[in-house]
Design a protein around this ligand. Structure first.
Ligand code: NAD
Ligand code: LMR
Length: 342
């Protein structure tokens, strides 16, 4: 009541708007690595979601200030901070979606696989806690190398007896966001309309934009296809080089991750028309994990969408065959790491 009496006219109107027109805030989301370059802007974007009731921010340091700062935004979710392993259980209990951007980013000259030695252990330990405290949550893995950290997470969840392949996601939304942006720019299309499926994995040539499946249907010259494909595959490196040692994509990544969180929450909330590309357990190819469009539902992946992989151009078919060896090796490296720990 006190808050209401001090509210400005605009705030009151906004509160009425929330009460009458927006969905009830209901879901609990945790961000692990929330004080980092991705974590902070991602937490801000999630704080803006009307679907979120509780936002739990976890990191090994510096998360108190981030949470205090964010908690002053007058959007529905309650923000809580959790620091260090002893506070991780309380961060995770009853959470619906866990997003993991914890780990080190690349510097110029590094591949994503060069991050394996540090990030594999971080993902192993965090997913192990997820298995113990919120085994039914959707798990969004951002930490690189995604092609290996997702298989690590799957193995850890299996070891704990709680693996649900439908709820484990490697976040590849940034590849789609980039593909949509670059194609719209090149072809002078309205951004909002453009949708390019990106399949395979999330590193170098394993990132395969299917430009022939762009919606709305667009035609490209061979040269445009080659240039756009290479730009999308190297877009992460483009940012790493521009930041010159200060890290990799954080803002566009936060934007992409927030879109994937929002899509997951809409699916949890019963929206029957939610599709995203993601790196998931898959039988669309002979690889055990593969990024493709998936239909999201209340229980996670409701269906893999095979149609994007049908009727590929010769260029795409060749690129698909060419990426398999690297992707297979990255998946096996992750599985071997996790099995060695068991
Ligand atoms: P950053 O260094 O700015 O932030 C990482 C955060 O993780 C830090 O706050 C750090 O304290 C925290 N952290 C480290 N160990 C932790 C642990 N055990 N538990 C909890 N938190 C821990 O890095 P960033 O720029 O935010 O990038 C994070 C990761 O995301 C990197 O691995 C990067 O390669 C990856 N990434 C992935 C994509 C993608 O498309 N999937 C895009 C961009 C970046
Ligand atoms: C990206 O695609 O931007 C991320 O995977 C970060 C990186 O290392 O390129």
């Amino acid at each position: 009541a006190l808050r209401a009496s001090f509210a400005t006219k605009a705030q009151k109107e906004s509160q009425n708007f929330h009460r009458h027109f927006l969905p009830q805030a209901a879901y609990k989301v945790a961000v692990l690595g929330a004080a980092g370059g991705i974590g902070q802007p991602l937490a801000l974007l999630i704080k803006m979601s009307p679907l979120v009731s509780d936002l739990h921010l976890y990191d090994i340091a510096n998360v108190k200030g981030v949470a205090a700062d964010l908690s002053h935004c007058n959007t529905p979710s309650q923000v809580k901070d959790f620091t260090g392993a002893s506070e991780l259980p309380n961060c995770l209990r009853d959470v619906d979606v866990v997003v993991i951007p914890a780990g080190v980013p690349r510097k110029p000259g590094m591949t994503r696989d060069d991050l394996f030695n540090i990030n594999a252990g971080i993902v192993r330990d965090l997913v192990s806690a997820v298995a113990d405290y919120c085994p039914n949550a959707f798990i969004h893995i951002i930490s690189n190398p995604v092609n290996s950290t997702v298989p690590i997470a799957a193995e850890i969840l299996k070891q704990k007896g709680v693996y649900d392949s439908k709820k484990l996601f490697g976040v590849t939304t940034l590849d789609v966001v980039r593909a949509n942006t670059f194609v719209a720019q090149k072809k002078n299309l309205k951004l909002i309309d453009v949708d390019v499926p990106v399949v395979g994995g999330h590193a170098g040539i394993t990132i395969l934009p299917l430009l022939s499946k762009t919606r709305p249907s667009v035609s490209f010259s061979d040269e445009e296809i080659e240039k756009l494909t290479v730009r999308i595959q190297n877009a992460g490196t483009e940012v790493v080089e521009a930041k010159a040692g200060a890290g990799s994509a954080t803002l566009s990544m936060a934007y992409a991750a927030a879109r994937f969180v929002e899509s997951s929450l809409r699916a949890l909330d019963g929206d029957g028309d939610v599709y995203e590309c993601s790196f998931v357990q898959s039988d669309l190819t002979d690889l055990p994990f593969f990024a493709s469009r998936v239909k999201l539902g209340r229980n996670g992946v409701e269906a893999l969408i095979p149609s994007d992989l049908q009727g590929l151009t010769e260029y795409e078919q060749k690129a698909l065959e060419a990426l398999k060896e690297e992707l297979k090796a990255s998946i096996e490296k992750g599985v071997a790491f996790a099995q060695k720990q068991a």
